[in-house]
Design a protein around this ligand. Sequence first.
Ligand SMILES: Cc1cc2nc3c(=O)[nH]c(=O)nc-3n(C[C@H](O)[C@H](O)[C@H](O)COP(=O)(O)O)c2cc1C
Length: 193
Amino acid sequence: MEFNQLLMKRRSCRAFESAPVAEEQIEAILQAGCWAPSPLNLQPWEFIVITDSDIKKRVKEAGEKAKNEVIAAGGPGWVKKYSADFVQDAPLLIAVVFDPGKGGLGTFFGQSYGALQATSACVQNMMLKASELGLESLWFTFFRPDELAPVFNIPEKFEIAGVIALGKPAEEIKAPPRRTPVFYRERYGVLKE
Ligand SMILES: Cc1cc2nc3c(=O)[nH]c(=O)nc-3n(C[C@H](O)[C@H](O)[C@H](O)COP(=O)(O)O)c2cc1C
């Protein structure tokens, strides 16, 4: 598929068909993730591939708990209508975890984002690959990571970059609008003459 077409086709999907994702497709998605750049090529990411309905249910419950916290804290009204059911309905979840210690040289001067930045690039690669394969995805982060770490049995040093829900979209998804690029010349705030 032409690159720009793929970029614009990928959509966050919140309604999935139940058909399982083929093993070759899962492998292709994980491989695509691993071609992301990372500081010192440390590749801080690891993956947990989930099809078990009990684990999916626990992810959904962590989402519901987070939602209730947001409501109780006076979050935006639309959150009441937000449903994390798709997390349970998706045929596949991939939890993407990373070792924050693999952040490259930045870790020596207090710049702690390297591993998360790399893992975010990895997730984007995975989502684009999934879209190319006729699947769609949702980068799910609406949960307290400490709720899910024990569910996935993640060793203490790892952090969760997200849980990616994947499957065939159950309906057509409208593209949310994009801002035109906001950019300056040489210094912030300086527009082209
Ligand atoms: C880091 C990150 C976290 C996100 N977390 C959630 C989430 O927890 N739940 C959700 O429904 N969508 C989540 N999204 C999806 C965004 O809402 C979505 O990307 C945005 O609305 C643009 O739509 P598009 O991905 O179809 O272009 C997340 C996206 C990113 C990049």
